[in-house]
Design a binder for this molecule. Structure first.
Ligand code: URA
Ligand code: URA
Length: 260
């Protein structure tokens, strides 16, 4: 190999190494060590074929797409779940937590949105399966829903440490994913459980009492806010007003022709 060939080779190798940084691993053998099969027949390749063979696919790798585009590409909950699994921005500062994506009927007309997974939810990878979840099941039963009829999700998809409240950054990072989840499910009604859920979805900072008493819409979907089941466990006196809220939800659900 002449010096000028060596220089050209080195330049090409440096270029490929830089490409490797961006596009991932491939190997560049040293030509001095490369083994060529001298006996191989020369194959003539038409210009068309050569072009086809050597045209680099210039489509951007998926992971470099803006989040908005990645979310739009998800048209099913399964696809969105896969995206959530790889989304580091959904993680909290508690290490090694499981994704708690959501559960229920993908065609649900009623979607319930809680706050964040707790210990039991993290272990099972399913929202509302601990003590608050058991109370939620009873609340749903009281208005003639099974868990399987509705869809249940949280603002956060990972458990915060020590069951602390989600912080603003965590809520903001999770919202685009939740918005896409709502778009895919297209419920007729949304029920937010607790102040953090209502405030985050509605983008306000008003009290739970005020949110309960008003009519809301989220992107054209009617939205109710009521007490969080965990709050009811600590404050049984809020069960009565919650009962009234969910009766109103059931009534509106039937008026809107919700199934079943
Ligand atoms: N509390 C929530 O807000 N969500 C759960 O999934 C469990 C408890
Ligand atoms: N405060 C909350 O954050 N949630 C409730 O459900 C009630 C009061």
């Amino acid at each position: 190999m002449s010096d000028s060939e060596r220089t050209l080779y080195d330049e090409i190798r440096d270029f490929l190494k830089a490409e490797q940084q961006v596009y991932g691993a491939f190997s560049v053998p040293d030509p001095e060590k490369a083994v060529f099969d001298e006996s191989a027949e020369e194959v003539s390749v038409s210009a068309e074929e050569a072009k086809k063979e050597y045209t680099v696919d210039e489509k951007e790798p998926e992971y470099l797409l803006p989040l908005e585009d990645k979310l739009k590409k998800c048209t099913t909950l399964e696809q969105l779940k896969v995206l959530c699994e790889s989304a580091d921005e959904l993680r909290t500062d508690l290490e090694g937590t499981n994704l708690v994506f959501g559960v229920g009927n993908p065609q649900a007309d009623l979607m319930l949105i809680g706050e964040a997974p707790g210990e039991q939810e993290d272990i099972k990878g399913e929202p509302f399966v601990g003590a608050a979840g058991r109370l939620l099941n009873k609340i749903l039963e009281a208005i003639k829903f099974n868990r399987e009829d509705v869809y249940i999700a949280n603002i956060l998809k990972h458990r915060p440490p020590g069951n602390r409240n989600p912080n603003v950054e965590e809520c903001e990072a999770s919202l685009p994913y939740l918005h896409r989840q709502i778009e895919i499910i297209q419920p007729k009604l949304i029920l937010c459980l607790g102040k953090i859920s209502g405030n985050t979805i509605l983008g306000t900072d008003v009290s739970l009492k005020k949110m309960r008493s008003e009519k809301h819409q989220f992107r054209g979907i009617e939205l109710f806010v009521t007490y969080h089941p965990a709050a009811l466990l600590r404050n049984p006196q809020w069960k009565r007003p919650t009962w009234e809220d969910v009766q109103a939800v059931r009534k509106r659900y039937d008026e809107l022709g919700g199934r079943p």
